[in-house]
Design a protein around this ligand. Structure first.
Ligand SMILES: Nc1ncnc2c1ncn2[C@@H]1O[C@H](COP(=O)(O)OP(=O)(O)OP(=O)(O)O)[C@@H](O)[C@H]1O
Ligand SMILES: [Mg+2]
Length: 443
């Protein structure tokens, strides 16, 4: 073997005994090991276990005596890549080694990729100076290290649900296992079950082969059910069963398949409301809500705005090879006043845009999109001609209607900006629009 494989260009080192082999393995860290089962000192299976512990990416090919197939099959369970029988066929061995080389570089790539992800999704990448975020960080740390299996993340769009879900995974003992992200909105009703649970061969006309579902593929890791509020009631029932029993069946399967999973669900809907409206199962809601994490709006944690902005500037400096120093003082003020309807995602996009389009040392107000330049908010008693109620009385509703109409016209019916002009929340504006009949008018 040594001669033949050296001729092929491989560097080959050999050991005559099991212990010696293990020591050599630790010193030399080879990519591929050819390992006999019957060794003079310890069993090849023990050596295999030692190697797997030292480096799970190493590819081990067992070498067995003719007729010892049963033992060889057992070694596969212990993590051997494949086996060759003695006396071996050289051509087959070369092919097997070529395959092993490929597997080895794939394994290396995967583990590199995983470690990059765990750097990207570590606790240090969650920025949050505000009291609310400090509490959430503390909770996230506890939850990541715990064995808690269901976590519910709630918060409006762009508040960081995805990020927190990934950090919980990559900071847990599950980090080396899959993180499977399922967008419940994007999955069509007809596919959801076969995607989640898999199916047996012949389950339906197109099912030519058995297919594992995402729940099975995520075994040992984390399933992230994004936008769970959009999941159909029938699927919710099945999901609840999996969470409770930790087992399920493939479509048209009889065997119960058990999985070790953590389920992280997220939604930007108010699930309690959805339960009341009977769009969401109450039992599933309570099951998910064992550990609830609620992400506040960015405007309600304004202490985080500037640290987040600087964090994104650092990131884009690296990405775009720029050297932007920060926000100008004026920009800081504008950032702190702006209501951030798109939350952290909007903040990140505003910074990205400014850094792509502009080349100044600091991000200036003129680098920001139009929403920022609407000027100072004026409170009613600063208006030049405050209204004095005439003796005959004054219709306050008429004035309100007039102001709402003006704000809508000035902003070309952009409700977010119109609400901002009037220092109202978007909901409060919409309520008034409804009241004065502007909603119907617009539609
Ligand atoms: N606390 C934070 N620190 C640093 N970056 C953050 C933080 N929160 C969110 N981000 C970043 O902001 C962007 C939007 O966050 P994310 O995708 O997690 O929001 P989401 O709540 O899942 O939004 P949606 O409901 O729209 O899916 C991402 O790029 C994310 O990395
Ligand atoms: Mg998301």
């Amino acid at each position: 073997m040594q001669q033949n494989l050296s001729k092929e260009g491989y560097t080959v080192i050999t050991a005559e005994k099991g212990m010696e082999g293990l020591e050599l393995f630790t010193e030399e860290q080879p990519d591929i090991v050819l390992l006999d089962i019957h060794l003079p000192d310890i069993s090849g299976i023990n050596v295999l276990e030692g190697i797997r512990k030292e480096n799970p990416n190493a590819v081990v090919i067992m070498v067995t005596a003719f007729g010892d197939i049963e033992t060889a099959v057992t070694t596969i369970k212990f993590g051997a890549f494949d086996f060759v029988e003695k006396p071996f066929n050289l051509e087959k061995l070369k092919l097997l080694i070529a395959k092993a080389v490929e597997t080895c570089s794939l394994r290396r790539e995967v583990s590199q990729f995983r470690s990059q992800l765990s750097i990207k999704y570590g606790f240090s990448n969650i920025i949050g100076k505000s009291g609310q975020m400090q509490k959430i960080l503390e909770l996230t740390k506890k939850v990541a290290k715990s064995d808690a299996t269901t976590i519910l993340l709630q918060g409006e769009s762009g508040t960081g649900k995805d990020l927190i879900a990934k950090v919980i995974h990559y900071e847990s003992r599950r980090a080396s296992k899959p993180f499977i992200d399922i967008n419940c909105t994007a999955l069509p009703e007809t596919l959801i079950e076969s995607e989640l649970f898999g199916y047996e061969k012949g389950a339906f006309t197109d099912a030519k082969l058995m297919k594992k579902g995402l729940f099975e593929l995520a075994d040992g890791g984390t399933i992230f059910l994004d936008e769970i509020g959009d999941m159909k009631l029938s699927t919710q029932a099945k999901l609840l069963k999996i969470i409770e029993n930790k087992t399920f069946k493939r479509i048209s399967g009889v065997k119960d398949i058990s999985v070790d999973l953590r389920v992280v669900a997220s939604t930007n809907k108010n699930l309690a409301e959805e339960v009341k409206k009977q769009n969401f199962r109450e039992d599933l809601y309570y099951r998910l809500k064992v550990i609830p994490i609620f992400l506040p709006l960015l405007r309600d944690r304004s202490d985080d705005i500037l640290p987040l902005a600087n964090f994104f500037i650092d990131g884009f400096n690296r990405e775009f090879k720029k050297d932007v120093k920060g926000l100008s003082e004026e920009t800081e003020k504008a950032f702190l006043k702006y209501p951030w309807p798109g939350n952290i995602r909007e903040l990140k996009n505003v910074i990205e845009r400014a850094m792509i389009l502009e080349n100044e040392e600091y991000i200036l107000p003129e680098h920001l999109p139009g929403e920022f330049s609407s000027g100072e908010l004026i409170s009613a008693n600063m208006v030049n001609t405050p209204v004095t109620i005439p003796p005959g009385g004054f219709d306050i509703e008429e004035m309100e209607k007039n102001l709402i109409k003006q704000a809508l016209e000035q902003t070309k019916w952009n409700q977010t900006r119109a609400a901002k002009l009037l220092n109202l929340t978007r909901d409060a504006l919409r309520y008034r629009m409804q009241k004065f009949g502007f909603l119907q008018e617009k539609n």
